[in-house]
Design a binder for this molecule. Structure first.
Ligand code: NAD
Length: 438
């Protein structure tokens, strides 16, 4: 199969590289010349473990290339994937579809043979029909189908998620489009990964329902964590006890400083907006959005308590700014709410993150970037763990405590324990949903 992939972000680049590894001929297109130049040099504009090697292998094999030239990429293509951003539209929470629609219209103006236009971006129910209308209007003679193929990969584990998915969702309207999609995903069919073929609307809805459900699960355990703190229960034990119930499952039951990232915040908002538009308010999702904001604020209060009621004049070392480990993605990370509160409150904030500095330097003004976690905590009054990078999971806490001005640890990812903190000589330790000491 010959595939054109529009957008070389976290989803488009991973999908393009993986499709080429399936044996397809893939041309990845972006309108950002800097990204294309980097990719042509074999450099990866994002941090995603393993992507550099897989990309190099497939470029070497002649199956993968990068270009700014959409007409060249569409030449002879069986399918074109739209994997551009769908951020929140300013003001109303709706997904901003301008990039998707612009890409669809560009395709319509160029394509001159039967092609399947596949939306991989996360788009609200009804969007694929809009894409179809727009393409028809722009090029009434074009022979084409649309398909909805939402992506479920997680940043940080994206290649494995793409190559060994829990399921692939393919929404189509015609047998012809279904056949093209089946051919594209043939390597996964052969390895018996579930491929679910649905109508367009169901495929679109599956993506939002799945993300809103996961955001709900995280927020639920975060709210339980707050109650655990008041009542003396330990949320780690509670999660374990709940998760052993096969109906519940143990994933997404880790409490922390609130969900963030490039998907959950915007997708919950977009689902809530769709519900309002159709007169079926998504009341649970709406509540999840507001409780998640409260959880982030509660974290700031916790840190304030640990700083004797004021950040002013304190030195605070923060480990981790990305919204989760193994990515450089900072979009809507809890750090973007929490760190400005520390800086705004008058603290000197030192920050260490294995991959977050590049993005973080513009997003987090007024902080000091330090590459080494031990130097980051030197002479600090408080150490805050915001992202559970592996590098931060086995720190020499004794060494850290010895060098801090006042050894206090706010472990907002629950990777240490009261015992660890006491043994290391900390004078205060707080986590999320578990007893601490102050
Ligand atoms: P991104 O912002 O990292 O990348 C989008 C890319 O598209 C950018 O490089 C941009 O330059 C390019 N682009 C935009 N318009 C273009 C055009 N007309 N022609 C060529 N290139 C164009 O976005 P992302 O994180 O990869 O997300 C893409 C979509 O996938 C979103 O809808 C998102 O919700 C969804 N998604 C993301 C993830 C994730 O973990 N990031 C997971 C599942 C689904």
């Amino acid at each position: 199969m010959k595939i054109a992939m529009i957008g070389t972000g976290y989803v488009g680049l991973v999908s393009g590289v993986c499709f080429s590894d399936f044996g397809h001929d893939v041309v990845c297109v972006d309108k950002d010349p800097k990204k294309i130049e980097m990719l042509e040099r074999g450099e990866i504009p994002i941090y995603e473990p393993g992507l550099d090697r897989l990309l190099a292998k497939n470029v070497e094999a002649g199956r993968l290339s990068f270009t700014l030239d959409l007409p060249g990429a569409l030449h002879g293509a069986d399918a074109v994937f739209i994997a551009v951003g769908t951020p929140t539209r300013r003001g109303d929470g709706h997904a901003d579809l301008s990039y998707v629609m612009a890409a669809a219209e560009e395709i319509a103006r160029i394509a001159d043979h039967y092609i399947v236009i596949v939306t991989k971006s996360t788009v609200p129910v009804g969007t694929n029909r809009q894409v179809k209308q727009a393409v028809k209007k722009a090029n009434p003679k074009l022979d084409f189908d649309v398909a909805s193929n939402p992506e479920f990969l997680r940043e940080g584990a994206a290649i494995d998620d793409f190559m060994k998915p829990d399921r692939v969702i393919v929404g189509v309207q015609t047998e012809r489009a279904a056949e093209v999609m089946a051919e594209i995903y043939r390597p996964l069919y052969l390895r018996e990964f579930p491929i679910l073929t649905t109508d367009l609307e169901s495929a679109e809805m599956i993506k939002y329902a799945a993300n809103a459900f996961l955001a709900t699960k995280i927020t639920f355990i975060n709210e339980i964590a707050a109650l655990c703190e008041r009542t003396g229960a330990d949320v780690k034990q509670v999660s374990q006890g709940m998760g052993l119930d096969g109906r519940i499952g143990k994933k997404f039951l880790h409490s922390g400083p609130g969900y963030g990232g490039s998907c959950f915040p915007k997708d919950t908002r977009a689902l809530a907006r769709t519900g309002q538009e159709y007169g079926i308010p998504m009341q649970i999702t709406e509540k999840v959005i507001s409780v998640n904001e409260e959880i982030k604020r509660r974290m700031i209060d916790k840190l304030l308590d640990m700083c004797d009621g004021t950040f002013n004049g304190k030195t605070i070392g923060v480990l981790g700014v990305t919204f989760k480990p193994n990515t450089d993605d900072m979009r809507e990370a809890p750090s973007l709410t929490i760190i400005p509160a520390l800086v705004g409150g008058g603290a000197k904030v030192k920050v260490c993150d294995p991959q977050g500095r590049h993005e973080g330097e513009t997003l987090l003004p007024g902080v000091h970037w330090i590459d080494d976690p031990y130097k980051c905590t030197h002479k600090a009054d408080l150490l805050v763990i915001l992202t559970e990078w592996n590098e931060f999971r086995a720190l020499d806490l004794k060494r850290i405590a010895r060098k801090m001005a006042s050894p206090r640890l706010a472990d907002l990812r629950n990777i240490y324990s009261v015992k660890d903190a006491k043994r290391a000589g900390f004078e205060a330790y707080e986590s999320v949903g578990r007893a601490g000491f102050l």
